[in-house]
Design a protein around this ligand. Sequence first.
Ligand SMILES: [Zn+2]
Length: 344
Amino acid sequence: MIDGRYFLPHSARFIAARAELMDGKTLRVCGTDGSVLAEAPFRKVKISSRLGNIARRLTFADGAVFETYDNDGVDDMLAEARRFFHEGWVDRLERSWRTVVVSVLLAGAVGAAFFVWGLPAIALQLALHTPADVAKLMSDQTMSAIDSAYLKRSKLSPTEQKKAQVLFGRVASHAPRGENGYRLLIRGGGPLKANAFALPDGRVVMTDELWALVKNDDEIEGVFAHEISHVDRAHGLQRVYEASLIPAVIAVVTGDLSQVSQLSVLLPAILVQSAYSRQNEEEADDDAVEILKRMGAKPARFADLLARLNAKNCGKKDCEPGWISDHPETEVRIEHLRAAEGKK
Ligand SMILES: [Zn+2]
């Protein structure tokens, strides 16, 4: 507390007053009775320099002046304000470090979210908007790669093949693209064993080995409906784009071009190892149930085939190559399909 005189703005009139620095940053001038005469941020108050014993003037923005001979008191105020300013600055720096850490974490989260949600969403849009001739070209190349690497000529009799085609046609006629929108190819499975998969352009491949396991028309119709749904939802293309976007993003960010060369072999690998997501599978199953119900076929029969394949091909740890090993969470799917049968 410093004693002095308070001059009203631009006036020679004054009254006895006391000045005080509050919290290191606010200058308050009070009358001797304690009433507040002026108050302002200390840094906005102009303070005259110390010159011998001349009175110091603390001038407010509005022109009011606090005048005092207590030079030491004013210097103490300046020191306190400076200290407060520096502490405040350290404080702000600490806060800004917290901001930096939070920003880094946020950026990481945004990056992760981009890979988890952004890329699949972009891939899905690309997949759904892929022109038919592009899908056909990709399917041609993929099919010839898989044919030469794995598949054999079918050994099914013409009658069996005809029957499979008729069942496939029935399913296709209840699917969005209609009977001519899809095509069934029958092959010996070779190392792919009992299997079925869909190409982006609407071709569905079924192996002899899978056909051999079928005991009821509804069962294989379920497989066809499921694969047709993968076509309609462009799941294969979505996977390819997703798998290509990640190396593409890495290549763009790091300039590592070796990532790009992997792209061309993606689709055959994806279809053969069937890297569909669980969500893709659930969608395909749900669509299959819808199609089967429209046809008057029984989804639970489809579940029977899954259960049979599961029992035949899957040991305690892993599944043999084939349609089941490509389609994880089989028990969950079987239950889901059987439950769907009950719902109308
Ligand atoms: Zn599937």
